[in-house]
Structures are given as C-alpha cells and as structure tokens.
Design a protein. Structure first.
Length: 285
C-alpha cells in the first residue's frame, strides 16, 4: 500500500493522508472538530469547502464533513437527564472541539478520537469516548465510528455526518434512491421527495428513510456520489444553501429533536459501546 500521512501548513494547517494507488487523498483539521475538509478520489475533488469562511473562526464552517454529536439538528426545548435539564445547541458540540488524530495501524486511513471535557459535561453529563476511522478505498470513503459510554448511567444520543458535496449546477442535479415521502424540516410536514428535489436550487432541508442507498448525479461533471447506509445510521438529510453550488447528503442515526421526543433515540448502557458505519462511493457516468 503506497500511502503517506503528513502535516502541512498550506493553504491552511492540516493533516494530509494520501493513497497514490487510488490517486486519492483526504485532508483533516483535527483542532476544528475533527473536520475532514477535502476528499479527492481518482484525482477529482468531491467536497465543497469555503476556505474564506473557515479561516474566520467567528463564523460557522460551510464545507467538508462536520461531525454531529450528541444530537443531529436542534432541540425544541431543554432535555432531561435524571430530572435535570440540559441545553444543547444545534448539532451538538463535537464539531467545535479538538480531536486527536493518528494513522490507523494497518495504514488504511486515519483515526480521530474525542473524549468528554468539562465543557461537554456541562451540557451532556456523560463520560464517553468517540473513535472515528476514516479509510480511503478504491472509489470510496469508508467511515466507522465506535462510541463508548464510560458512565454509570445509560447514555442517550444521536450521531450524524454533514458532508458537503460540490456540484456544477444545482439545477442539473438528479437524486435517486429516496422513498416517495419525506419530512420538510422547515415546517416538519410530510411532503413529496420529488417536489423537494425539483427546488434544490431554491434551498431545501428535508429528511427521509431510504432503504439502502441514495445516489447524487451531477449531469455536468458526470460525477455520482452514492451514500450507502447501514442501520442504525440510516436516516438521510438533504440540504442546499444557494447560491452555494453544493448538496449536503447527510447520514444520521435519528431525526432532529430525538432526545426530547424519543424518536429513534439511541442509548448505550454503562460500560458498553456501539458501532456505526457509512460509506460514500464515487463513480462517473
């Protein structure tokens, strides 16, 4: 396996993992929420990344693959643990905290690690460890996550990824694999997925429950991105933010507000862990 793992300064400080056999690489900024900023497959850059906004630390990041934990989306109200109320901001805190980074032992990719802090426990009163392996395979990016609960009580949570894929033109996009119905997250009403896809260029935010995978076709670049699901990380959110030429194709375990409603909420018993998997494949047509 012909790989390299190096720390670089330009065009921003990052770690680069490269596999020359597949002409593929990823760039990661562990200090900024374990963020994968770039993914190149067979020489093609696939992720959208707003570098100017990234360099302004007063603004939220737009691009790369932000990590969502311990919630996806937002909460309608404070949530309760053992009779005490806690507040979490949208998408939780994992995307804002520094992660550690290392090379996976077999050199197939990189390993990111996050543990609780005093800051995290002020809003999520648990001891935990997250280990996320990001592996480059031929024409694919495989992500596996282990979440350990090191507390004395069961730990409720949601986990998700928020990848931004660059597209040539939002009006030239096709999405296959979605069920007929979806939930418009702007008003939480059930609607037709086909109607949402028709207005990608106007801005959408909808959630659905695909059976196996969803494919994003870019008719101008001829790129195809396929998101392959594995239960329980099998909830899909699609979001666009025009005029940005990108589509977020997001695998979540649970819908927004899960810690309040209990809808598809996951729990890990004390001293146990859960494993989550997802794969992004890249092809051309």
């Amino acid at each position: 396996m012909s790989v390299s793992f190096t720390k670089k300064k330009n065009p921003y400080p990052h770690w680069e993992y490269k596999n020359t056999e597949f002409d593929s690489l990823i760039r990661i900024v562990p200090e900024r929420g374990g963020l994968v900023t770039e993914w190149r497959s067979e020489g093609k850059d696939l992720l959208y990344f707003d570098l100017e906004r990234f360099l302004d630390k007063d603004k939220s990041i737009r691009g790369g693959i932000p990590i969502l934990f311990p919630i996806c989306g937002d909460l309608s109200e404070d949530y309760s643990i053992a009779g005490k109320k806690y507040l979490l901001k949208q998408h939780g805190f994992a995307r804002d905290l520094p992660w550690s980074i290392s090379l996976i032992k077999d050199k197939s990719g990189i390993r990111l690690k996050l543990m609780e802090t005093d800051y995290s426990r002020s809003q999520f009163p648990f001891f935990f460890t997250l280990i996320m392996d990001v592996q480059l395979k031929e024409k694919s990016l495989q992500i596996s996550v282990k979440i350990y609960n090191q507390s004395k009580d069961s730990m409720p949570f949601s986990f998700g990824l928020h990848p931004y894929f660059q597209v040539s033109n939002l009006q030239k996009i096709k999405i296959d694999g979605l069920p007929e119905k979806c939930i418009d997250q702007t008003n939480m009403k059930v609607t037709n997925a086909s109607d949402q896809i028709r207005i990608l260029a106007k801005g959408v935010d909808f959630l659905s429950y695909p059976s196996s995978s969803v494919k994003l076709f870019d008719s101008l670049s001829r790129n195809v991105i396929e998101l392959i699901y594995q239960e329980p990380m099998d909830t899909s959110v699609i979001w666009t933010d025009p005029p940005r030429q990108m589509v977020c194709l997001e695998p979540w375990t649970s819908p927004r507000n899960s810690l309040v409603t209990g809808d598809r909420k996951l729990e890990i018993k004390p001293e146990e862990y859960i494993e989550l998997y997802t794969t992004f494949k890249h092809n051309s047509f």
